[in-house]
Ligand binder design. Structure first.
Ligand SMILES: C[S@@+](CC[C@H](N)C(=O)[O-])C[C@H]1O[C@@H](n2cnc3c(N)ncnc32)[C@H](O)[C@@H]1O
Length: 194
C-alpha cells in the first residue's frame, strides 16, 4: 500500500468527511486491514459515514460495504461521494441487536463471510458485547474485527474498554491494540478471528 496515499485518505476521512476517529489510529488500522483488501466490510455505528467512506477506499475495488445504524444522519450523501464505482453499498437503518439487522446484512453479503467488521455503535458493555457475539459469527477465519474506544478514560461507562480487556486476555496472540497517543486517541482494538 502506498503510504502517502493512505495518509492523505485518512486526512480526507477525518477532516472533510467527519470520521470520528483519531487520524493516527485510522492510519494504523488502514495499514493492517489494507494488506489484504477486504471484499466484504461491515461497520456497526456509522454516524456521518466518514469512517465508512475510509473503509470503502481501502477495500477491494469490487467490495461490498455495509453499515448498520439506528439513526439516519443527514450528511450521509455528501460524505459518501467518490466511492469506488464497482463497489456495492448497503445502509441498514436499525438496531444492531435486532435479528432482522443481522439477517439483512447476511442477505446483502449473499451469505458469504465478512473480511472486516468494525464495531462502533452503542458503547455500553451489554450492547458492544452483543454486537461482538452476534456479528463475529459472520467473520471469516483470518478476518479482522475492530473495536473503537477501547481506552477506558475516554468512554462514558467504560463498556468498550471492559469488553476489550476480556477479549485481549481471551485471545492473547490474536490481537493488536492500536493506541498511539494516550492523551489523544480513543484506542482501537483489532482482533484477528481464528
Ligand atoms: C460514535 S458514532 C460512530 C462513528 C463512526 N463509526 C465514525 O467513525 O465516524 C456511534 C453510532 O452508533 C449508532 N448506534 C448507537 N446504538 C446503536 C445500535 N444499538 N444499533 C445500531 N447503531 C447504533 C449511533 O446512532 C451513532 O451513529
Amino acid at each position: 500500500m502506498d503510504h502517502y496515499w493512505l495518509r492523505s485518505t485518512v486526512a480526507e476521512a477525518v477532516e472533510k468527511r467527519a470520521a470520528a476517529q483519531d487520524p493516527w489510529e485510522l492510519y494504523v488500522v488502514g495499514s493492517i486491514v489494507g494488506v489484504d483488501p477486504p471484499r466484504r466490510v461491515l461497520e456497526i455505528g456509522s454516524a456521518s459515514c466518514g469512517a465508512l467512506w475510509f473503509w470503502a477506499q481501502i477495500a477491494d475495488y469490487r467490495a461490498q460495504v455495509a453499515s448498520i445504524d439506528v439513526s439516519h444522519h443527514d450528511v450521509h450523501e455528501e460524505n459518501l461521494t467518490d466511492m469506488p464505482e464497482n463497489q456495492k453499498l448497503y445502509m441498514h437503518l436499525g438496531d444492531s441487536r435486532d435479528e432482522r439487522s443481522r439477517f439483512d446484512v447476511q442477505i446483502f453479503f449473499g451469505g458469504e463471510p465478512i473480511d472486516f467488521l468494525f464495531i462502533d455503535g452503542d458503547h455500553s458493555y451489554e450492547v458492544s458485547k452483543s454486537d461482538y457475539l452476534m456479528y463475529e459469527q459472520l467473520v471469516r477465519p483470518g478476518g479482522w474485527i475492530g473495536f473503537h474506544d477501547v481506552q477506558s478514560s475516554y468512554v462514558e461507562d467504560g463498556g468498550s474498554y471492559r469488553l476489550w480487556q476480556e477479549l485481549r486476555h481471551q485471545f492473547p496472540r490474536d490481537h493488536v491494540q492500536v493506541q498511539l497517543r494516550p492523551e489523544g486517541g480513543m484506542g482501537i482494538g483489532m482482533l484477528r478471528k481464528r
